[in-house]
Design a protein around this ligand. Structure first.
Ligand code: FPP
Length: 256
């Protein structure tokens, strides 16, 4: 249970800290509207928040952080917003990749890269390649990602690999899912006040603990993260079973 902080020093994760946190970063548009600014302005600030949250998670010993940056359904947004989000990938990679790489962060991208532009695809490939050997927090950016897409692509690849359908199992399929490199999320956070999953990690969230907050994503800070982790620590995880003398995670020592 040893993670690496952004400063590169090892952090031992206590059992009350989730190993894997997955976040739906909602509320950027409303945050911008409140400031009479275009929606893309909110996404731009949202990206700065992602960078801070990576550090905050790493310093608490979180080993995996997965963020929903662009869903399969986000193509329905106005052209200006879609191209603004695509451009943010290029801006984000050129502004932060070197620093994240130096801090030991390993970057992975989950989603259908076949339909994004060559420039965006190259930026993601570069981020993954440069950080592939890092041993700190694994940041997975879900981009052009959908939970249903993920299940279908995993089935297709498993069958194409010659797995006989009658031998397909949860374990086999898990190896083909877009997050095969990570354990299932322990804690799911959604900001922005909506209480839904929106086609995020449908397979992987089976036993995650859910935390919803009205906080708009660009305002999400270390205090909000600590609130979410405290809520997680107060839960009694049974994974469908029964535990004698079950109590909250922080006192019974259970972890992912
Ligand atoms: C949902 O808020 C947010 C998104 C669809 C995009 C999230 C993207 C970022 C935070 C930028 C990070 C970028 C990278 C490349 C890591 P919304 O726009 O639906 O907000 P609203 O509900 O207030 O309209």
């Amino acid at each position: 249970m040893t993670a690496v902080s952004a400063a590169g020093s090892p952090v031992t994760r206590s059992a009350s800290v989730p190993r894997h946190v997955a976040i739906v970063m909602d509320g950027n548009g409303r945050w911008a509207r409140k400031r009479f600014m275009p929606r893309v302005f909110g996404h731009k600030f949202g990206m700065e928040t992602v960078v801070k949250v990576i550090d905050d998670c790493a310093s608490r010993g979180v080993e995996y952080l997965t963020v929903y940056a662009f869903s399969s359904e986000n193509w329905k947004r106005p052209d200006e917003e879609v191209s603004g989000l695509m451009n943010l990938v290029l801006v984000g990679v050129s502004k932060y990749l070197q620093r994240l790489a130096k801090d030991g962060i390993r970057i992975k991208v989950a989603g259908d890269r076949s339909v994004v532009s060559e420039k965006v695809r190259q930026a993601w490939n570069e981020a993954e390649a440069l950080t592939a050997k890092n041993t700190g927090l694994t940041l997975t950016v879900a981009f052009n990602y959908g939970g249903r897409w993920d299940i279908v692509q995993a089935c297709k690849r498993a069958l194409a690999d010659g797995n006989p359908p009658e031998l397909l199992s949860e374990d086999v399929l898990s190896r083909y899912m877009a997050l095969a490199h990570a354990p299932d999320p322990d804690l799911f956070i959604r900001t922005g006040g909506e209480v839904r999953v929106s086609n995020f990690l449908l397979w992987q969230l089976a036993y995650a603990e859910f935390h919803f907050t009205d906080c708009l994503w660009p305002d999400f800070d270390v205090a909000e993260l600590d609130k979410a982790i405290a809520a997680y620590a107060s839960r009694d995880r049974r994974f469908g079973g029964v535990k004698e003398g079950a109590g909250p995670i922080s006192t019974n020592g259970a972890s992912a």
